[in-house]
Write a protein that binds this ligand. Structure first.
Ligand code: MG
Length: 497
């Protein structure tokens, strides 16, 4: 643990000091490791992959034999929720909290003064403190200032791009230049052909990103605008190298692929291999990476002591036409709070511990990964702060057929310190709401997800009692959350200069 001093507005604090305090709050008295062996943990997190983009989730045209095999050997979830876009989903995964609670409900761009507050406790910090070797590979997107990078959030080392792979000077919304290079021309030409996001308010023309895209090791930039055709393979090689070098301690690998977020790239080996164009090729390359990782785990004899999780950060970016994925039977995609925006594929595999070939439709989400992994490492869930996620292990181990959640809450993007509350669901019904100027929730749409997963039939007028019951539960949660939003990480003026 690096003992670095951070500056947040008016105060200076030592993260090492805080972590030691937190460790004692929930640690000194009752965090002795249990007698069970702590498993190795690999979390594979893809970017903008839709609910319908894997063979085992019904894709008619993308062949994913390795991921399907992973599902056949583990548990596949069908009501598993992320957040509606990249940065917030990563905050949710790593902290076990709804993004507004940790002040991270929008995407920080390059050189943003905001990031995930280092005071927040991440999975990596808990596992690192338990003796795990920890590594982050791929997209970070929780702040690119040195104070917010993975090595300051519990990861021993980092290799990747600190934000989205389209946050660079080649974004199609950047204005034409006199001397455009071939990459700019190719990306602009493809975006014109496929369609692209932000042809209105989002990334307005001329207000895109003038920066080069950095590839980093730990806190150092090692390349600018790396060849993205090699990115999936380079991340995978780095993952294989990390796994191979572990021979003593348990390890935690957080592998957040940049694909299939636009702009799409694949290596030569996978180009033209799918029936679903460039998007399908990119998924097939990810599938190949999953196969290589599972193969290595088996070859090293680690199969029975390694939990592998595969999931996506949000739904498909449909504005990109054929370069966006598919939400299958679900409505809409990335950025929305319809099911296609946040219900994602999720597979958990741990041979001998998780029933193979099982499917769970129980209410769950990536916010449950924190408490689940913390529990597996033999640590009690922190009691010094609100954590929204719940331990999924009773479900994963086949011991429980009940979701640990009565409700899931839907929240859109918002500025730091705010919550953009938009809906609630229980095991069957989903109510979408607006918040009026006095903070009162107003029912807007009601869907029976049990019979209408595509959200085609608004039942609000037919089922007022259900709407009222859900609205009251939602109001209770919204009022609590609004009072307990924790501060985002924010650079002081001094350190931002
Ligand atoms: Mg994303």
């Amino acid at each position: 643990m690096k003992n670095k001093v951070f500056y947040y507005g008016y105060r200076a604090i030592s993260k090492g000091m805080i972590f030691a305090t937190i460790s004692c709050l929930y640690g000194c008295g009752h965090t002795q490791k249990t007698s069970k062996v702590s498993p190795n943990i690999i979390v594979i997190f893809t970017d903008d992959q839709g609910y319908g983009d894997l063979g085992c989730y019904g894709s008619p045209n993308i062949h994913t034999p390795n991921i399907d095999l992973m599902a056949a050997g583990g548990m596949r979830f069908t009501s598993f929720y992320a957040a509606p876009f990249c940065g917030p989903s990563r905050a949710q995964l790593l902290t076990g909290c709804y993004p507004p609670r940790v002040g991270h409900a929008r995407n920080p761009g390059p050189s943003s003064p905001y990031g995930l507050n280092p005071n927040e406790l991440t999975i990596a910090e808990v596992l690192q403190n338990q003796g795990y070797a920890t590594k982050c590979i791929g997209k970070w997107h929780l702040g690119d200032a040195p104070e917010f990078l993975p090595t300051q959030q519990g990861f021993d080392s980092y290799f990747g791009i600190p934000y989205s792979n389209d946050m660079w000077k080649y974004h199609p919304n950047m204005p034409p230049k006199m001397d455009e290079d071939s990459l700019m021309l190719a990306i602009r030409s493809r975006a014109t052909y496929t369609g692209f996001a932000g042809q209105g308010s989002y990334y307005p023309l001329g207000k895109g990103f003038p920066n080069d895209l950095p590839l980093m090791i730990d806190e150092e930039i090692i390349e600018l605008n790396p060849d993205q055709q090699q990115l999936t393979d380079r991340y995978t090689e780095s993952a294989l190298d990390f796994i191979t070098k572990q021979n003593k301690n348990p390890f935690f690998l957080y592998l957040a692929f940049s694909m299939p977020h636009v702009p799409l790239f694949v290596s030569e080996k996978y180009a033209g291999k799918s029936y679903r164009g460039l998007y399908g090729d990119a998924i097939m390359e990810l599938d190949g990476s999953v196969g290589r990782i599972m193969g290595l785990i088996k070859d090293l004899g680690l199969d029975n002591n390694t939990l592998i999780i595969y999931t996506s950060d949000n739904g498909p970016w449909l504005q990109y036409g054929i370069d966006g994925g598919s939400a299958g039977p679900l409505r809409a995609g990335k950025g929305t709070l319809y099911e296609g925006g946040i219900r994602v594929p999720a597979i958990f595999r741990w041979p001998g511990k998780i029933p193979s070939g099982s499917i769970s439709g129980l209410l769950s989400g990536n916010l449950d990964i924190f408490p689940t992994l913390v529990g597996l490492a033999g640590v009690k869930i922190p009691m010094d702060r609100a954590i929204d996620g719940r331990d999924l292990w009773p479900v994963l181990s086949g011991k429980s057929t009940m979701s640990p959640h009565n409700f899931f809450h839907y929240m859109g993007g918002s500025r730091e310190g705010e919550a953009n509350y938009l809906g609630i669901r229980d095991d069957r019904w989903k109510l979408m709401v607006n918040v009026d100027s006095s903070g009162v929730l107003v029912a807007k749409e009601l869907y029976n997800l049990g019979t209408d997963v595509g959200e085609r039939f608004n039942r609000l007028t037919q089922q007022p009692e259900i709407a009222t019951r859900l609205r009251m539960e939602a109001q209770k949660f919204y009022d609590e959350l609004s009072k307990n939003i924790r501060p985002a990480g924010q650079l002081s003026i001094a350190s931002n200069n």
